[in-house]
Design a protein around this ligand. Structure first.
Ligand SMILES: [Zn+2]
Length: 294
């Protein structure tokens, strides 16, 4: 039964697509998506000299956030909300469905066709990333911050480090950045890599740009660096996706950004990995969003 959240959607088929996807996960069935190249690369060579032990971010001072649920082992005491609801699949098993409209949901869809609502949305309980290399002054939601620490720890275990380039940005900060790029490059080019205000995942607190070297910071050559190759191979294991994959611009609206990671939770990132789905639009049953409507 459609939730009020989805009833407001202009895409009535969306929920069924999501449920179908979740059922696909629950029963191990494929969705048949044909996804663009993900740009996946072989495992990187460790670079021991880059290892840099740092303290985890402070997460004690913020409200507790429910960890992503295992859809196959739902606890009946799990606190449910509009953000995360439960549907029953064809085998009468409970499947957790997260909202794609509510920006407090890790499945929220933000692209050129789906601006944030409200447009001035500010996440509550953002957590400092000061414990990560380059993370001073940067913040994410508590759940994403914890997952980023997991990702960093796994990178360190493989002889790498992970530096933060940019995380949460307010609507105003995004607007200023977008204006700067438009004046520098012109709107047509700037909007292949920079979102308008209220259209950026960075405003949700669920997205982070990571980097390895200053030379390839927020540049496509990051994909060929040790961390870039490692991210392409392992980010999904910790609930992250490379949100703008190589060759995905006709679906996502953005050129390849191997550095821009979006937290979606391990359940969804694992399904996308196993089924070869490289864009969030396809994973959640959204139409391609190559351009703004106006
Ligand atoms: Zn980004």
């Amino acid at each position: 039964m459609p939730r009020p959240d989805h009833a407001r959607s202009r895409r009535p088929a969306m929920l069924s697509a999501i449920v179908a996807g979740a059922v696909g996960l629950a029963v191990g069935g494929g969705l048949g998506f044909v996804a663009p190249s993900s740009g996946a690369a072989p495992a990187p060579q460790p670079t021991p000299s880059a290892s840099n032990a740092v303290a985890p971010p402070t997460i004690g001072a913020v409200p507790a956030v429910t960890a992503p649920g295992d859809p196959l082992a739902l606890d009946s005491t799990l606190p449910l909300s509009d953000v995360r609801t439960v549907e029953t699949d064809l085998d009468q098993r409970a499947v957790e469905i997260w909202s794609t409209k509510d920006p407090t949901s890790a499945w929220v869809m933000v692209n050129k066709a789906n601006p944030l609502e409200p447009s001035d949305y500010e996440p509550q309980g953002l957590v400092s990333l000061a414990g990560l290399t380059g993370g001073a002054g940067e913040r994410l939601t508590a759940e994403a911050a914890a997952a980023l620490v997991d990702l960093r720890d796994a990178a360190v275990a493989d002889g790498l480090d992970l530096a933060v380039a940019s995380a949460y940005r307010s609507r105003g900060e995004q607007q200023a950045l977008h204006r700067q790029y438009v004046s520098q490059w012109g709107a047509a080019r700037a909007e292949t890599f920079s979102a308008r205000a209220a259209h950026s995942e960075h405003q949700t607190g669920w997205a982070v740009d990571v980097h390895w070297s200053s030379e390839c910071r927020v540049k496509q050559c990051f994909a060929d660096e040790p961390l870039g190759r490692w991210i392409a191979a392992h980010a999904w294991e910790h609930g992250w996706i490379v949100r703008y994959p190589d060759g995905g611009a006709e679906v996502t609206g953005y050129r390849y950004e191997p550095w821009h990671l979006r937290y979606v939770g391990v359940e969804l990132s694992t399904r996308m990995h196993e089924e070869g789905i490289s864009t969030l639009e396809e994973a959640l049953g959204f139409p391609a969003a190559p351009d703004y409507a106006d």
